[in-house]
Ligand binder design. Structure first.
Ligand code: C5P
Length: 231
């Protein structure tokens, strides 16, 4: 059994308003994407890492990957218009056995740690599908959008809620079959688990850490620097 990693890194990151996609912003002297890559490159079981990028950014990513010494394990593939398309492009080039493991991780979660990656791999070995999730701390409300905001329609008991992070890991055969079904049905999900769930498989939750933030909006970079400085 081998472990492969897919890092979708083809987003535009418009919410960040930083003038360039957030995965290329510098965090403690290295691009965010390189921090994420480095975490997985150091895992001995990982055979190869597929990074999906916009074709216009391929040269810059290849240079960064080479400069940081990860070229041997990394394959660059073209990203798509949605995260799902970016992951699908990587998955299509990945030749794997059914029981190999594929971990998908947001390139913009640079603070992922070795322990969480190891626990995710163990969970996939046992359950075939697993994601890192954070229990909800706040009270969760369901709302209906209105012209001037939102109106609450229900309160969802928070013990039923987990906030999905990444990595999300799956047996390769299971993930490929679920992606093929989603494509045939025209379904687009915002994470891989939603695609696998609709195929009927159960997805196990690995407890995550609040430090595994997704760099999304102004201020997140400062927060990531703070967490890094405490390591
Ligand atoms: O946009 P969001 O924050 O959900 O992006 C999560 C990850 O998916 C990011 O690493 C982003 O670069 C990636 N992505 C992608 N292709 C897209 C959109 C997002 O690889 N078309």
């Amino acid at each position: 059994m081998r472990v492969f990693v897919i890092l979708p890194a083809a987003g535009l990151g418009t919410r960040m308003a930083a003038g360039q996609p957030k995965q290329f912003l510098e965090l403690a002297g290295a691009p965010i994407l390189i921090h994420s890559l480095s975490a997985f490159a150091q895992v001995p079981q990982v055979a190869a890492i597929y990074v999906a990028v916009r074709p216009s950014e391929q040269d810059r990513v290849e240079t960064q990957v080479r400069e940081h010494g990860f070229a041997e394990k990394v394959r660059i593939v073209p990203g798509g218009d949605t995260r799902q398309e970016s992951v699908a492009n990587a998955l299509n080039t990945l030749e794997c056995a059914d029981d190999d493991i594929v971990l998908v991780h947001d390139a913009v979660r640079p603070l992922i740690d070795a322990g969480t990656i190891a626990r995710t791999i163990e969970a996939v070995e046992k359950h075939d599908a697993a994601l890192v999730g954070l229990p909800a701390i706040d009270t969760i409300k369901q709302v209906e959008r209105t012209a001037d905001g939102a109106m609450i329609t229900a309160t969802i008991p928070r013990e039923y809620i987990v906030l999905a992070q990444t990595p999300q890991g799956f047996r390769c055969g299971l993930l490929k079959r679920a992606f093929a079904e989603a494509l045939a049905d025209g379904f687009t999900g915002t994470d891989e688990a939603s695609i696998v769930e609709r195929s009927g498989a159960q997805v196990f939750v690995v407890p995550g850490s609040p430090a595994n933030i997704k760099i999304t909006q102004p201020g997140d970079l400062e927060l990531a620097e703070f967490y890094l400085s405490r390591r």
